[in-house]
Design a binder for this molecule. Structure first.
Ligand SMILES: Cc1ncc(COP(=O)(O)O)c(C=O)c1O
Length: 378
């Protein structure tokens, strides 16, 4: 397959073999420029250009592109500084009561479950973990934990450590069958894997900007099903929580009747402008096309690792695999291998004695070949 991006769009991809999107992706150049432009303008002009009107509408275009990304409407989108922040606000908004439970897995990224755990420490609700093995959680084990007292099923679309992808439509249907909310962390998937939030019966979804969306740290998005727009009172509130943020009367809050009610404060606004650019860029390439391309790259990597007798620990079946490939090198210290690869300018992650490769849209086949050559040298 031919490369699908113009190399000038990701200058960083020229000077390293960067296979680490599951940690931090390279940022689309247009996003970097938008952030720098905003910072410079505010540094030099204060509120002359970024005035009250601009501040009120600063997320509007991000709402539009994020909605396109998730097959949703702009009113279903809220913007925050991180996935964890948005999920925390949601967890306090839902606040499952003492007799309720929240279902997840014990291999999920901590930020996906800690916000619920914090609320559980306060309300006394139960957190139920489907047990994973070798960073794989059987979806049947998740479904078995859901009962009539389940308030929330909260999972990560793609697991950060093993690259396992869940069938969202199946889990969403199982959650709804028992009256539970279906909450998804798409931080390891959005931008690389097509997501149809309403189609998968997702009630809420959060996603950070700095991984597969090729955007910055400091901006994240949340999707909220229309039925929840007015049903939830956000856990985090501030002057921006009011329907007219410049109304500024301190004696009451009147929330917007859309997902925007989860936006509550100032933030590093340039990051939101940058994230808007990177999502738009990925949408113009096409998420389905990116999904296929990344799979092609990881196929080559998997083949190369198999040829070298390396243990691949991520799922290889079509339904559950992603472009995240994880491996153990027999008798070798994974951290040391990751460090040696880094010294050779090949970026991967080492997590819990597993090496994680995560190629993305800006990589090409020579990156995979180079990584395999470096592994041979090591
Ligand atoms: C699945 C998942 N969710 C959330 C996060 C953290 O997101 P944020 O930094 O936006 O809070 C990570 C980071 O690795 C992650 O892998």
């Amino acid at each position: 397959m031919k490369p699908i991006v113009n190399p000038d769009d990701f200058p960083g991809a020229q000077h390293s073999t960067y296979l680490n999107a599951a940690n931090v992706a390279l940022m689309y150049k247009g996003a970097e420029e938008a952030i720098a432009d905003w910072q410079k303008d505010v540094a030099e002009n204060g509120s002359m250009n970024f005035d009250e009107f601009a501040e009120a509408g600063v997320f509007d275009e991000l709402h539009v592109v994020a909605a396109r990304l998730l097959n949703a409407s702009p009113d279903d989108i809220a913007v925050g500084s991180s996935a964890t922040e948005l999920l925390s606000s949601l967890a306090w908004a839902v606040a499952p009561a003492r007799d309720k439970n929240v279902v997840s897995t014990d291999i999920v990224f901590p930020s996906t479950i800690y916000p619920w755990q914090r609320v559980a420490n306060f309300t006394g609700c139960e957190i139920r973990f489907a047990q994973g093995e070798n960073s794989y959680a059987n979806p049947d084990a998740i479904i078995q934990l859901i009962d009539k007292n389940t308030k929330v099923v909260c999972i990560s679309h793609v697991e950060y450590l093993g690259g396992q992808r869940f069938d969202l439509a199946r889990l969403g249907a199982a959650a709804h069958e028992r009256g539970a909310l279906f909450v998804v962390d798409a931080t390891q998937s959005a931008g690389a894997i097509p997501i149809d939030a309403p189609g998968y019966a997702i009630d809420a979804l959060v996603c950070g900007g700095y991984k597969w969306l090729c955007g910055p740290f400091g901006a994240a998005i949340m999707y909220l099903d229309p039925e929840l727009h007015t049903a939830l009172e956000p856990g985090l509130v501030g002057f921006r929580s009011h329907a007219d943020m410049w109304d500024l009367r301190a004696d009451r809050i009147e929330y917007p009747k859309t997902a925007k009610r989860f936006e509550y404060s100032t933030m590093a606004f340039g990051c939101a402008l940058g994230l808007r650019r990177s999502i738009e860029y990925l949408l113009n390439i096409g998420i389905e096309r990116i999904f296929k391309y990344n799979k092609y790259l990881s196929d080559e990597l998997i083949q190369g690792l198999h040829d070298r007798d390396v243990d691949i620990t991520s799922p290889l079946n079509e339904a559950e695999r992603t472009s995240i490939v994880t491996a153990r090198f027999q008798g070798q210290d994974s951290l040391k291998i990751a460090q040696q690869l880094k010294a050779a300018r090949v970026a991967v992650s080492c997590r819990q004695d597993i090496i994680r490769f995560s190629p993305h849209v800006y990589n090409n086949i020579t990156d995979i070949e180079r990584a395999l050559e470096c592994i041979d040298d090591i």
